[in-house]
Design a protein around this ligand. Structure first.
Ligand code: SF4
Length: 706
């Protein structure tokens, strides 16, 4: 019998509603959910092929264990697998302390999964060594929101895209990375051609094709651009002095800093014309409603926090926040990176947007969980964590639903770390990932359509992810694996005490977790699965007694800071970490393709998704190719200070001279050498600890034939 289950797409942070057609055993087809407010029935090429992915040949079906690094893993049962893991963790903690173990989780997890891992790491084991691949994605936006506005809360709604008069898209090819949202923008522009769109991107992209003004700035110069725009806005009197005086602080320091950013200086530094810079400022300054959207081009940078704050400064200076069509609005990369931030799944956070270094916050959560205390020692962020594994300080590592051996920068070192780690547990739906090769214990996880829980999308909207079919083989839900393991570990760490992990289903985890949001900026303690099922997905805050979620934040001009005022952040432009030099004269940018997702563990199983781009190609400007006597399609060696790759090169007119582009998706399953991240560097933003994945010095040479 054919049935339909309403769920949510597992790819990007747009969070589209998906209707799953199935027969109770297999997923047969998918369609966009016309009742879901994020997509209103639309799906992109990835979402509409979800039923064609998840090939059983690539799925992890049974637990597998090896008892020595030189041995192959062999099939085992869940009891033996988790008993072994619990004894190894207990022994490591006993010998080396709680900070000798770590968890590295994923923005693909559901909120309930995250909550289980958080409680496991912080309450049971007593370590803050729990970080997420959201560190590679949104941690600079988290810092930007928190220090400028007081809380990690994107203040806008998708409907603001339709209501904006001027829309600035910075560091985002949303046509590829957030396609359904981009389609909403295209439709809005078609209906209201007077809406102006500005795209700031070193590359010409499908997104910039829609723009009235494209600013192809030199890579990494965003902070200078935003300061230059503010300089002109002030000079022309296009700032909102009333809003600044009533609702902000720190403007005078910023005003004096941006005096140095004259139009001529900024235009030269950014590689654009003064005219274009002034046009951009005029479009922003004269717009009744100004909205900005951004993504990895700002976040994945050693100046990611400064870029976020410099863009938010523009909104505060013009009073463009808290109104329809106005505000700073980050586009979240992963489907539930927001849920990770909410549950405290970065090493510096705790559930309910609390900070791990704040004693009051620790006491609140410890009290709620019924444990004596939570660890004071700050946890390690992703790059630090794998460095600590490589240095032998982390001896036992649990990786859930992510592929760091492909996605972290300076990839050779990540492989070295994983090879050297005495015990690596990988909890995964697909055994094909590069990281699975390093697993001493592989735990098969349920995948999309097979598990239950909630996710939060970019506009703070919480959707119910529903299970349509059973997981194949012996695969289990991520929260269930974490809780089963935790109960076994409790026998070593809290013998005789009542279990902290007596959860029977995902809903029980949600119910325990949601009071931790009460009276916090994100308060969704009034929400329940039943309420979402009856009234549809809701935007937080959603305190008890609410009838609907909150579309927009800060409409009253009050910000969640100590004095209720938003803060201007005055920081100078800093050049990217890796300067161009004679040996590596080209700048490598990495990014997404339209039809692939992350390391392709899922999208790589659908032939149709290779129709857009068949293979990894290095894009180069024609002039740079001519100088190196390279021909289209020729195999080249791409070298950076960290490693090299061999792959074909392709002429790419969208790039300016001196720049190259490589899709982020292909790992060493597909490429000669390690994956694309063998070239990128592990330098991080000092505040967000987010690595610089979009700016590496490279050289490209013809492959020398033997
Ligand atoms: Fe899925 Fe994102 Fe496409 Fe929507 S836009 S269908 S969430 S990948």
């Amino acid at each position: 019998m054919r049935m339909t289950t309403a769920s949510t797409c597992c790819y990007c942070g747009v969070g589209c509603g998906v209707l799953i057609e199935h027969d109770g055993e297999r997923i047969l087809d998918v369609a966009g959910d016309p009742n879901h407010p994020a997509n209103l029935g639309k799906l992109c090429s990835k979402g509409s092929t979800l039923h064609l992915t998840g090939d059983l040949d690539a799925r992890a079906l049974y637990p597998e264990l090896r008892l020595g690094k030189s041995l192959a893993r062999s099939r085992t049962d869940w009891d033996s697998a988790l008993e072994h893991a619990a004894s190894v963790f207990a022994e490591t903690i006993r010998e080396h302390g709680p900070d000798s173990v770590a968890f590295y989780v994923s923005g693909q997890l559901l909120t309930e999964d995250y909550y289980a891992f958080n409680k496991l790491a912080r309450a049971l084991i007593g370590t803050n060594n729990l970080d997420s691949n959201s560190r590679l994605c949104m941690s600079s936006a988290v810092v930007g929101y928190k220090r400028s506005l007081g809380a990690d809360a994107p203040p806008c709604s998708y409907e603001d895209i339709e209501q904006a008069d001027c829309l600035l898209i910075a560091g985002s090819n949303m046509a590829y990375a957030h396609p359904v949202l981009f389609r909403r923008l295209e439709e809005a522009k078609a209906k209201r051609p007077e809406m102006t769109i500005i795209v700031v991107d070193p590359r010409r992209t499908d997104t910039s094709e829609l723009a009235d003004l494209h600013l192809p700035i030199l890579p990494g110069t965003d902070v200078a651009l935003f300061h230059g725009l503010l300089h002109i806005l002030m000079w022309e009197g296009w700032i909102d002095r009333r809003f600044i005086d009533a609702h902000t602080e720190g403007f005078d320091a910023l005003k004096s800093l941006v005096r140095d950013y004259s139009p001529a200086m900024v235009a030269e530094l950014c590689g654009i014309s003064v005219d274009d810079l002034q046009t951009c400022a005029r479009l922003i300054g004269s717009a009744p409603a100004f909205l900005s959207l951004w993504c990895m081009g700002l976040n994945q940078s050693t100046a990611g926090s400064a870029k976020n704050s410099a863009l938010i400064n523009l909104h505060l200076a013009t009073g463009q926040i808290g109104r329809p069509g106005a505000g700073p609005f980050s586009l979240t990369g992963q489907p539930n990176a927001m849920g990770g931030r909410e549950t405290g799944s970065l090493s510096n956070l705790l559930p309910g947007h609390r900070d791990a270094t704040n004693a009051e916050h620790r006491a609140e959560v410890a009290n709620y969980w019924g444990v004596e205390q939570l660890p004071k020692q700050p946890g390690l962020s992703a790059i630090e964590l794998f460095e600590a594994v490589r240095a032998g300080k982390i001896k036992t590592l649990w990786i859930a639903c992510t592929n760091p051996a492909q996605s972290l920068p300076d990839q050779q070192k990540v492989h070295e770390a994983l090879a050297a780690c005495p015990f690596v547990v990988v909890q995964e739906a697909f055994f094909t990932t590069e990281t699975c090769r390093h697993a001493d214990l592989l735990l098969p996880a349920a995948s999309w359509g097979e598990k239950e829980g909630t996710v939060t999308n970019s506009e703070r909207r919480i959707s119910h992810v529903r299970r349509a079919v059973p997981a194949p083989g012996e695969a289990r839900a991520d929260w269930a694996i974490a809780c089963d393991f935790a109960r076994r570990l409790e026998r070593y760490l809290r013998p005789g005490a009542p279990s902290l992990f007596a959860f029977e289903n995902a809903e029980a985890l949600f119910e325990e977790y949601k009071p931790l949001t009460a009276a916090r900026d994100l308060d969704y303690s009034g929400l329940s699965y039943a309420l979402i099922d009856t009234f549809g997905p809701q935007q937080w805050p959603f305190p008890p007694g609410s009838e609907q979620g909150t579309a927009r934040l800060y409409g009253d001009g009050v910000f969640p800071t100590a004095n209720g005022r938003a803060r201007f952040i005055a920081e100078h432009y800093q050049a990217p970490k890796e300067k161009r030099e004679a040996r590596y004269p080209l700048t490598l940018n990495t990014g997404r393709l339209r039809d692939q997702w992350h390391g392709m563990s899922r999208t790589g199983t659908a032939a149709r998704l290779f129709g857009h781009v068949e293979e990894a190609l290095l894009g180069m400007n024609a002039e740079d190719m001519r100088r190196r006597r390279l021909l289209d399609g020729q195999l080249v060696t791409v070298k950076s200070r960290r490693g090299s790759l061999i792959l074909p090169v392709q002429k790419d007119d969208s790039l300016r001279a001196g720049q190259a582009f490589l899709p982020m998706h292909w790992g060493d399953r597909f490429l000669k050498g390690l994956g694309s991240n063998v070239l990128t560097l592990a330098s991080v933003d000092p505040l967000s600890k987010q690595p610089e994945l979009k700016h590496a010095g490279i050289e490209v040479e013809q492959v020398e034939l033997p």
